[in-house]
Design a protein around this ligand. Structure first.
Ligand code: FAD
Ligand code: NAD
Length: 402
């Protein structure tokens, strides 16, 4: 049979939404759709800071793929992608190979360590469900250990978060809520616990609206977060970080790195042409030199033609790219005009823990506090609705302000 084989790699925002759209664009006899992912679940990457702090349950962030994708229509393969061979039109998996006619790469991000010594060995990162759960468990273990050691040092309770981008800021916001709960549980006075967010730039959230970042800083400082700005992390040790030109050592019991992300290394290892580690796709989202390979989400370097800057790696963009990708695959098979990707910016809202949040929507309108927090829920619930309809919103949605 000559039915085209479409293979989607990764069940993140890009991969899930592309698969969903493909099932809507093609009748079953028109295309064979395969989705490959290492787990049998999809997770809300944008909630992982909550999993890492322990403010939401691990399972809340996970959605079984078979709950939202019709697995009689889509061939779901639970496996690890090892490498892509675009010249052979083949994907190498841990347990076999897959041939494709059209490929969609949505393998997401991994932590960028910038070669900082000790980062690979000693830093935790908010990257997957499993890695985020380990942060939650480690922090709680340090509290537990503190109560049983003979001469415990308060350093054991110090949590350092490296990088005050959105991930770092959202994470310390959750810690501000979680730590008082742990203090109560383990009978530890709150003032024994230090939470320090270290940022190399002169301010937190570099490049973001001044008023909004001031709001975030005030809200978080009031709830016990210390900020060290203009301070570069140079090295990470088992129980400390080394910062600044003076190589000052700050002891800690937990170090979480939120200093940046890069594309899944598989795209580079597969020989695609890269710009800053990402596949520099054209406006139709295809890899240079390969008309049948689409790269989306955090693996893709997509230029904003108006500003001549690349789009940032966000879920919002990954989701929008999926629409263009599914449309363009249909066009390649049945003819028509290929679509170019244009980002429709709906704004950026960051949660700061509890009922606190801040951000901008649509035309730059600013939101603060509870209003922003409710908007954050609307954004999250809207995605759940797009993916799994009202049933998924009811099952996993967020409604209460905190
Ligand atoms: P991912 O979401 O990373 O998904 C990749 C998928 O591929 C995963 O399911 C993974 O299991 C799978 N995979 C990876 N490697 C393999 C392999 N070798 N074999 C098989 N499967 C594999 N963006 C926003 O727009 N708004 C937000 O509020 C926001 N909040 C964030 C909060 C946090 C804590 C973090 C860390 C990020 C946040 N982001 C947010 C950024 C956003 O999460 C990413 O841009 C987005 O997840 C990228 O989507 P993706 O589909 O490219 O990849
Ligand atoms: P980022 O790259 O945006 O921020 C990393 C921060 O770490 C930067 O401020 C950088 O100056 C700092 N840093 C880097 N090296 C350092 C060092 N050696 N010492 C100290 N500080 C250092 O990464 P992120 O916060 O993980 O965000 C990744 C992407 O995900 C972004 O596009 C972001 O917009 C998106 N995101 C969005 C939301 C949201 O919309 N609510 C939440 C989280 C993430």
């Amino acid at each position: 049979t000559n039915i085209p084989r479409i293979v989607v790699l990764g069940a993140g925002y890009a991969g899930m939404m592309t698969t969903k759209r493909l099932t809507q664009q093609f009748a079953p006899e028109e295309a064979e759709i395969t989705l490959v992912n290492k787990h049998n679940y999809h997770y809300q990457t944008t909630w992982l800071h909550e999993v890492a702090a322990g403010t939401i349950d691990v399972n809340r962030s996970r959605i079984m793929i078979s709950d939202v994708i019709n697995t009689r229509r889509v061939n779901f393969v639970q496996d690890m992608v090892k490498k892509i061979h675009p010249d052979k039109k083949q994907v190498e998996l841990e347990s076999g190979t897959l041939d494709y006619d059209y490929l969609v790469i949505g393998l997401g991000f991994e932590k960028a360590t910038f070669g900082i010594p000790g980062m690979d060995e000693h830093a935790f990162s908010i990257q997957t469900v499993d890695k985020s759960r380990m942060i939650r468990d480690h922090i709680e273990y340090q509290f537990s250990r503190y109560k049983t050691e003979e001469n415990p040092s308060d350093d054991m309770l110090t949590i350092i978060v490296g990088g005050a981008g959105f991930t770092g800021i959202e994470f310390v916001g959750e810690l501000a809520e979680r730590i008082p709960v742990l203090c109560k549980k383990y009978d530890i006075p709150r003032n024994r616990v230090k939470i320090i967010n270290i940022e190399a730039a002169p301010s937190i959230l570099p490049g973001f609206d001044q008023e909004l970042l001031e709001y975030a800083k005030d809200s978080l400082s009031r709830r016990g977060i210390d900020f060290l700005t203009s301070t570069m992390i140079k090295e990470v040790k088992k129980d400390a970080v080394i910062v600044g030109d003076e190589k000052e050592e700050i002891k800690c019991g937990t170090f979480v790195w939120t200093g940046g992300v890069q594309a899944n290394r598989i795209v580079g290892e597969s020989g695609f042409e890269l710009t800053k580690g990402k596949v520099n796709v054209d406006q139709t989202l295809r890899a240079p030199g390969y008309e049948d390979v689409f790269v989306l989400g955090d693996c893709a370097w997509v230029m904003n033609k108006d500003t001549e800057t690349p789009y940032p790696p966000t879920a919002q963009i990954a989701i929008q790219e999926a629409d263009v990708c599914a449309h363009n695959i249909r066009t390649l098979i049945f003819g028509g005009t290929l679509q170019e990707f244009f980002f429709d910016n709906k704004g950026t809202v960051a949660s700061l823990g509890g009922g606190e949040a801040m951000g901008t929507i649509f035309d730059g309108h600013q939101l603060y506090g509870l209003q922003a927090k409710m908007m954050k829920h609307v954004i999250d619930d809207r995605y759940l609705f797009m993916l799994g309809g009202p049933a998924l919103v009811l099952k996993k949605g967020k409604f209460r302000p905190f």
